[in-house]
Design a binder for this molecule. Sequence first.
Ligand code: FFO
Ligand code: GTP
Ligand code: MG
Length: 450
Amino acid sequence: MAPFPATLGPVTRSGLSDTIAAIATAPGSAGVGIVRVSGPQALEVADGIFRGRRAPSTTRGGRFLFGELVADDGEVLDEGLCLVFRGPRSYTGEDVVELQSHGSPAVLTRVLARALELGARPARPGEFTLRAYLAGRLDLAQAEAVLGLVEAQTDGARRQASLGLSGALGARVARVAGGLVRALAAIQAMLDYPEEGVPDEDRAGPLLQAQAELEALLASARAGQVSTRGARLALIGRPNAGKSSLLNALVGFERSIVTPTPGTTRDYLEAGLELAGVPVTLVDTAGLRETLDEIEAAGVRQARALAEAADLVLALEDGSAAREELPLDLSGTPARVIRLRTKTDLPAAWTDTALLDVSAVTGAGLPALRDAVRVALLGDAARGEAWLTTERQADAARRALEHVLAARTLPDELASYELEEALRALAELTGQDVQEDVVDAVFRNFCVGK
Ligand SMILES: Nc1nc2c(c(=O)[nH]1)N(C=O)[C@@H](CNc1ccc(C(=O)N[C@@H](CCC(=O)O)C(=O)O)cc1)CN2
Ligand SMILES: Nc1nc2c(ncn2[C@@H]2O[C@H](COP(=O)(O)OP(=O)(O)OP(=O)(O)O)[C@@H](O)[C@H]2O)c(=O)[nH]1
Ligand SMILES: [Mg+2]
């Protein structure tokens, strides 16, 4: 991808003011496919491709035309629709034309090639959405939500992206910023008119409130990332604990080999499923034990490494056999472990209320397990609220919180500096005050045509 223009603001705007075109629909055959054109020459380009009862350039915004898509020599490529959006009333804020043909890669490549001949240039990844951002139609968090929506594989990811796109996250951040501005005003008043006696709660109240809101926002960051990026769950236990059986019960088919012989699973294997709206990868591993078998020993080493790297460990112990200690130290990361007593359909050899009872055979305990996984992965981040969904957003919120915490303890002069820094971090979060390389990094992840 060509580098993003050097600065934001007017320079970038003019740098982006040429006309871009791209196939907006996914590669492959489909019912309908779309070539999208945006920029000052969009209507001119459309006039050169589209033949209908009237020319796109004489059509009002918000209308569509039915007609033919034609090549430079007049050959009809396909019948199609032309949608006309006149700036600023369009996705990008510029003149936009959509040429909608049958969803044939052969047709779409010809239509795009014709648009490029007529003066458009190929759009860079995310450039339509970048233009919407630069036109002030979306904030940066909304642009990230567009990306999240395009990539959403689960309903949980879709919900968060959709909330983000609605501007709910921006609104949540604006609330925090509003509180900081009030606190800043109180401090300024104190500095300017010390004799007036500004009540301390005017300063402390909004700060405390902002701190609480930032902490809640940051608590949502892990949930947001997990719901978009997904999570890895490692099943760990002694041989025969029932790891492979549990994996099969959770995914609903015989993904992993199960036998009564301890040491059945050697190489690890993965299975994808959706748990609590989160894309989850379950990892079945070799049972942990000392062994002279070289292959099995390699599997055991791998199992330990997989447990280390997982977002969450399901530690299984066979409830129908004499209890043996799990040869794995989980004490360092108790928040990342759910302990299970398995085979509860069989007579219990022992019980322990600290463990969750499950049976892969009857399915008993599986709903409780799914619940525990949801809490472990998402915490109590409220479902209806907008979460921080990217590391970039979380980083900005973290810095804002640090400055707010500093402001609470510092004398007025220094506190007001900290609050200004906190506000700057929040402005970065929504993209009002942001370095161009950050913007570049956000849009680099997009696909062409978005
Ligand atoms: N065919 C098609 N479907 C699509 C999109 C698109 O660009 N084209 N979208 C994009 O990726 C999404 C819809 N988002 C859009 C957002 C704003 C405008 C728009 O033209 N807004 C104008 C006019 C609104 C109006 O007429 O009421 C505006 O806000 O001023 C269009 C699409 C999803 N579906
Ligand atoms: N009754 C009953 N038997 C179970 C249950 N889960 C597993 N088993 C049996 O226990 C034995 C071992 O099950 P696996 O799922 O292969 O155990 P594992 O932990 O994957 O074992 P390794 O791969 O050897 O480490 C098999 O005979 C299973 O049928 C259960 O919930 N109830
Ligand atoms: Mg197994």
